[in-house]
Design a protein around this ligand. Sequence first.
Ligand code: AMX
Length: 440
Amino acid sequence: PQTLTEAVRSKIEPMKAQVHVVREQFGEEVLGTCTVNQAYGGMRSVKSMVYETSLLDPEEGIRFRGYSIPECQKLLPKAKPAGEQPLPEGLLWLLLTGDIPTESQVQSVCMDLKQRATVPEDVLHFLDRLPHKRLHPMTQFTIAVNLLQRDSRMTEAYAHGAAKSAYWEHCLEDALTLIARLPVIAARIYRNTFHGAKHIPLETTANADDMGKRLARSLGFESTEFDELMRLYLVLHADHEGGNVSAHAVRLVGSALSDPYLAFAAGLNGLAGPLHGLANQEVLRWLLQMKEKLGGRPMTTENLTELCWQTLREGHVIPGFGHAVLRRTDPRYTAQREFALKYLPHDEMFQLVSKLYEVVPQVLEEQGKVKNPWPNVDQHSGVLLRYYGLVESNFYTVLFGVSRAIGTLSSLVWDRALGLPIERPKSVTTQWIRDHFEKR
Ligand code: AMX
């Protein structure tokens, strides 16, 4: 099939059949258990949901539909004529269908998204009138997504009595339109907040045929290297299995049959937390503080170790290190490090990040609390953006959000395709736990 919708359609019945067999065979098996400590401890490692688009291995990192990040970098189509990074549109195809797309399939997604990318003028004008200096860019972003919700095909179809078996297609329509519009929205917020509302004329972005380039150009960046960085960035941040705050929020809210706009806005609100997506903003601030505190002293192991201990003594976490599931260096960090080694090996901030890779894990090991002392995706992204002139760290989580739509909305389409019900896990009180276990 050439169109994405037809490709997804062709996968639904076989997948439903597979789920049916799995449930027939293993439906009553115990997938995981939950101790009292896990219930109080953020449900860490409790296996209680099925999420098809990606799976996280604690040692190896994320796999998108079975493909590791290096495999995706190798196999997914690139921009013509000389792109080296995978096109996000190819990842979208992979996440939605499970197949590596052909060049022409990716081109069809690129064209489809390009055609959907026009944001209604009144929405843009509403964004222009927000108090940009007082509202965090993530707050502006969720407002924008909620504003776009009025165009939801899924909500319209529901109101007109659409059959449950058709929800996925309306959901996919909304997902594609929303994904296509997010770069425009992100750029509008960026230019409003940091560039005196001087927007990039549409003619400048008109020949940007892929989402990464369109995002780069409408933010106001013109180098092909930055286009490549945006493609890599959009691929790396797209999906991280189902239990992280943003993905789970999208799934949970979507399970009430809230449409993709409403569900994704919920996910963005979760992404805006400092322990999750906002960590990329925190990392850059922390790195700049490190540099200031060094005050011209060399970046030696000794000096950096002392400054890391200072952060910990002040009761702060070291942003960009640690992970709830991963137990090794995040391959998304490694992919960005490779990009830096190629394009900005002599950048001072990259050298600081590199040196911290040697220092921080030792400090965290010595502190003895963290389960994973290694760097995560957010440790690296800021220095790359900053190198090309995107210095406004408050904006970084918005870029993360543009990317996260690709994964979480693909998964949401499958939730509707498989007819998953409203989520409603059982909660108990501390008194209930005492009564229950004391009685034994
Ligand atoms: N610096 C200092 N202390 C840390 C730490 C870090 N980078 N990472 C974890 N710890 C501490 C925890 O705060 C916790 O301390 P406590 O017992 O006093 O509360 C202890 O180590 C054990 O935590 P954990 O089980 O190793 O981690 P977790 O699953 O509870 O939390 C995470 C995971 C990511 C929130 C945590 O490592 C952290 O706060 N890291 C820094 C922020 C960050 O980089 N977040 C981005 C994660 C990726 C993403 O979602 N985008």
